[in-house]
Design a binder for this molecule. Structure first.
Ligand SMILES: [Ca+2]
Ligand SMILES: [Ca+2]
Ligand SMILES: [Ca+2]
Ligand SMILES: [Ca+2]
Ligand SMILES: [Zn+2]
Length: 550
């Protein structure tokens, strides 16, 4: 029922004139019902399609109803639900800190859905078993969007087009009478759609020209793949710095086509409307195709807040397997994992989260790439004449997704970065320092500590009454830092008041302060408290003589 082990600490510094008895440590018990490793994937070692993903989500919600809430945040272009799961101890109803994971902006990056599923599985099965996970779900609302681009998921798995990156808004590329009538396909039945890279010979070097794909002339117009499915790169469609170049393109045929306007697409609108209702301290958008972490960057591709991002980057390098700290494939080996060649500020998610939603650490986490598919041996020369070279490439799976049997091993590799996400979300602990005062007002002093090693409380810290009224405003508490905050509390003798301390980033910690006759202490009776959401009821002995003087 009650996690009271923090209370001993919280009560240690009370003045002797206040009659307080500590209950001492109690074994920690858990408020919500977890699954205790009782839930597993219905489709393990398997890349899910849209319908199977829906079954997994339903299974999670059924297995741990006190930890899982499922919300539809919008519909894709073709009307598929875009779902967000909230994982938290729902029996702790106080406002909590919030953390976000968005997966699968890009259709072919299926591994991101698999990582999101395993992240949720870890939380559901660790709650009530692993103290760290229990604490995370007691103090945070963890939001997970496992697929922001469900139309593309359906095409990638069931339509056979493993290359599809963009959303499914139709576009008539060739201006004939039909939309999307000629997409690539696996003509030779070897299980993948080959890509062909065309290079122009320029002296001793080769200059990349274009890429085309395996396919047939579906509509008999004499051209192959001239009107494929897929239009907007939804990770270039956010409404901050929309239109930036060269990071995005205005050409509908390009893989980084930005759409007709910022938030023109239903998928980005859904995320915008959802995120606009929350304040996230930490957020990941997970992708694949390289091993890298991207932070909000300026026009030149440099971090906008290196003082914060640099240590976070170092943390991630230390947590992840070697190889994650390079932007592979663009000649940036050894450079920090940040976008250097693709400029920022071109309608991407992290720049919008940072500049428009004030999320201090939105990180695009590119969590998979097999470098061997970039090696010369992965390419077959199919033409080499005096002017051109054409290579065939089958590396789509190694580029964006591992083989299915390696999904769980990849999850083991990246799991520490997800624990780090939860640990870096700022939260507060509150220690009662002293209580003094008599009659109708108490002077209360508390010690606030920020539980993130990298992020402070972001915003000012507010002391509020139960009705939300503002009693006191305290400065920002720095990352890993603490601060003593004093405030006065109007409180008539014999009454009690709930006090809430925190802000929209950290969530709130509750204190119940009572001024009653006699000595007594009641701790958390009948109330749900988490490790750091301490509910304290303590009793102030009324000093009648002193009171009569005031
Ligand atoms: Ca057409
Ligand atoms: Ca088209
Ligand atoms: Ca093929
Ligand atoms: Ca055609
Ligand atoms: Zn991507």
């Amino acid at each position: 029922m009650v996690g009271v082990c923090a209370l001993t600490l919280l009560l240690a510094a009370l003045p002797t004139s206040v009659g307080v008895t500590s209950l001492g440590s109690s074994p920690q018990t858990f408020s919500a019902t977890g699954t205790s490793a009782g839930v597993s994937l219905l489709y393990p070692s398997h890349f899910h399609d849209f319908a199977e993903l829906g079954q997994e989500i339903s299974n999670f919600a059924a297995a741990a109803p006190q930890l899982v809430d499922v919300e539809v945040i919008g519909q894709s272009y073709e009307g598929r639900n875009i779902v967000c799961l909230r994982l938290t101890n729902e029996l702790n109803t106080e406002q909590k800190a919030k953390t976000l994971v968005v997966a699968h902006h890009h259709g072919r990056e299926q591994i991101t859905i698999e990582m999101a599923l395993r992240f949720m599985l870890r939380l559901l099965n660790g709650y009530g078993v692993d103290p760290a996970i229990t604490s995370f779900l007691d103090t945070e609302e963890v939001y997970v969007v496992p697929s922001l681009n469900p139309d593309a998921l359906d095409r990638v798995v069931n339509g056979g087009n493993h290359w599809l990156r963009k959303n499914l808004r139709p576009f008539n590329d060739d201006g004939d009478a039909s939309f999307d009538e000629d997409s690539p396909e696996d003509v030779n039945g070897d299980g993948w759609i080959a890509g062909y890279d065309v290079y122009l010979k320029s002296g001793a070097s080769l200059v990349y020209q274009s890429t085309f794909y395996e396919g047939i002339d579906n509509d008999g117009d004499g051209r192959i793949n001239e009107d494929p499915e897929g239009l907007v790169d939804i990770n270039r469609n956010y409404g901050a710095y929309w239109g930036g170049s060269p990071g995005s393109s205005g050409n509908p045929a390009d893989e980084i086509y930005r759409g007709s306007a910022g938030f023109s697409e239903p998928e980005t609108k859904a995320l915008r409307d959802f995120a606009s209702n929350h304040r996230f301290g930490m957020a990941y958008s997970i992708h694949s195709g390289t091993n890298a972490t991207y932070f909000p960057s300026d026009l030149y591709g440099y971090w906008v807040n290196p003082t914060l991002f640099s240590p976070v980057y170092s943390d991630l390098v230390a947590l992840l397997p070697s190889g994650f700290n390079t932007y592979q494939g663009l000649g940036e080996q050894g450079e920090p994992a940040r976008r250097l060649l693709e400029s920022g500020q071109c309608g991407m998610w992290e720049d919008w989260m940072y500049s428009q939603r004030n999320t201090p650490l939105p990180i695009t986490f590119e969590l998979y790439h097999d470098a061997s598919v970039d090696e010369p041996g992965a390419f077959t020369v199919i033409l080499n004449n005096s002017t051109h070279v054409i290579y065939r490439w089958n590396g789509i799976y190694g580029y964006f997704n591992p083989v299915a049997s390696h999904i769980d091993a990849l999850w083991s590799d990246v799991l520490p970065a997800f624990d780090y996400l939860l640990a870096t979300t700022p939260r507060l602990t509150v220690q009662l320092q002293s209580v003094a005062g008599l009659g109708s007002s108490l002077s209360v002093s508390v010690n606030l500590r920020c539980l993130s090693a990298r992020l402070g409380t972001v915003d000012l810290v507010y002391v509020r009454g139960e009705d939300g009224s503002l009693l006191h405003t305290a400065p920002v508490v720095s990352a890993g830092g603490s601060a003593v905050v004093a405030f006065s509390l109007p409180l008539a003798a014999g009454s009690q008041q709930l006090v809430r301390i925190g802000n929209d980033y950290t969530g709130y910690v509750r204190l119940v302060i009572s001024s009653l006759s006699g000595y007594a202490l009641i701790v958390g009776a009948g109330l749900t408290v988490a490790l750091v959401v301490a509910v304290i009821i303590y009793v102030v002995r009324r000093r009648r003589r002193a009171a009569s003087r005031s």
